[in-house]
Design a binder for this molecule. Structure first.
Ligand code: GDP
Ligand code: MG
Length: 386
């Protein structure tokens, strides 16, 4: 087997050795599964000559999981168990597992054989050979699936995955089976609250390429599921946190900020009219019109500035770039969009004459759409480009 070591930048890995895979298995009461899954992993990875370590992150299971690992370890010395007595829970166990792991690739999988061990070499190669930063064992990609689940359960699982879709570039962001290069989460503020640690990693980590390997998920045969009904509520809370996290789902945030910007625009112009008065002069006379233009310029500036700050800190999380240069570019994009809007409305309404119902509304919506696309792309690809 050959390895493309260029996938590992100089310094991150000793180039004389083949990248080491750390398999992290969070457990709670999985005694019966230990003598099955650990030898299976060792065999599959051994057959493919993948150097590896196996770390069981056990929450001090009363059923003797750690003792079971101790037994297996006699035959398979690259396996070990870390017994955790504080900060219990699935996600904290995985996060601590990342700290324990010494490998160049960190892979997480369940203990209950729901995740097919056979695809481990494929996932490893997706990173080592194909240069992925994250690889996900996916049930929802072509070729993936779930064995023996009734329609309703599949539907709920699919719906839950869809709710997270805008947050990540992956079809199965709820999978508990995935591998990363450690640099992906280096310095990332991972929170251990939710059960879906992959979502945390995909929202908060730094990566370029995400690959998916299709898997068929099988229900466990031994032991019991620990993740019951509380998971649903926890998942929704977790999703809300992740949607609010700076830089996640930028298109949704951008549209939301744009909406608030329109309110600012309207509010400022109304306020100016209210304070400085439309009583003092005739709005329809030339003099009055000039004031309104001035007010419009003021409210435009206020809205652009408002949008700029929210987009910089929240939508795109671009606080590292130079503020003045970002502001200038953002302003230029807004002016261009404004000119495009004015020109298109002029052509549509005054030149072509689409000023009756419903054509005026149709053209207005079309123009707003085009202008939003210009604003979004200009912001993402230019003003706030990282
Ligand atoms: N360390 C640790 N592992 C857990 C905890 N809860 C579940 N796990 C492990 O996480 C994996 C998935 O849990 P499981 O109960 O199979 O969830 P399900 O497949 O969604 O029903 C298994 O390996 C469990 O042993 C926990 O609180 N702490
Ligand atoms: Mg399970």
């Amino acid at each position: 087997m050959s390895f493309d070591l260029r996938a590992f930048p100089m310094g991150s890995v000793d180039e004389s050795k083949v990248p080491l895979l750390s398999v992290i298995i969070p457990t709670f009461n999985e005694r019966e599964n230990m003598p099955i899954i650990i030898p299976k992993i060792a065999q599959v990875l051994g057959d493919s000559s993948v150097p590896h370590e196996i770390i069981v992150m056990d929450d001090d299971s009363p059923d003797g999981t750690s003792e079971a690992v101790g037994e297996v370890q006699k035959e398979i010395p690259q396996a070990r168990c870390v017994v955790r007595k504080t900060d219990k829970g699935l996600s904290p166990a995985v996060i601590q597992g990342y700290k324990e792991a010494k490998g160049d690739i960190h892979l997480v999988m369940d203990a209950d054989l729901s995740h097919p061990v056979e695809v481990l070499p494929k996932m490893y190669n997706a990173i080592v050979k194909d240069g992925a930063d994250v690889v996900v064992g996916s049930r929802h990609t072509t070729g993936g699936g779930i064995e023996n689940w009734p329609f309703m359960r599949r539907f709920i699982s699919w719906g839950a995955a869809m709710m997270a879709r805008p947050l990540t570039p992956c079809s199965d962001p709820m999978s508990g089976f995935f591998a990363i290069r450690p640099k992906v989460i280096d310095g990332a503020p991972l929170k251990a609250k939710g059960y879906k640690i992959l979502l945390e990693v995909l929202v908060k980590g730094k990566y370029d390429k995400v690959s998916e390997v299709p898997i068929t998920f099988k229900d466990r045969e031994l032991g019991e599921s620990k993740l019951g009904s509380k998971v649903m509520v926890n998942y929704i809370q977790h999703l809300i946190q992740l949607y609010l996290f700076p830089g996640s789902a930028p298109l949704i945030k951008f549209l939301f900020v744009g909406g608030t910007g329109m309110l600012i625009d309207l509010g400022v112009i109304s306020l100016l009219l209210f304070l400085l008065g439309d009583n003092n002069f005739d709005l329809l006379g030339m003099e009055g019109l000039k004031y309104v233009y001035l007010y419009q310029a003021g409210s435009f500036l206020a809205a652009v500035t408002w949008n700029f700050f929210w987009n910089r800190y929240w939508t795109f999380n671009a606080r590292k770039g130079s503020k003045s240069s970002q502001y200038t570019k953002f302003f230029v994009v807004a002016i261009i969009a404004f000119c495009v809007r004015t020109a298109l409305m002029y052509v549509g309404v005054d030149v072509i004459g689409l000023n009756g119902e419903p054509w005026y509304q149709v053209i207005l919506i079309g123009v707003i759409f085009i202008v939003t696309v210009i604003n979004y792309l200009g912001s993402k690809l230019w003003a706030f480009k990282k």
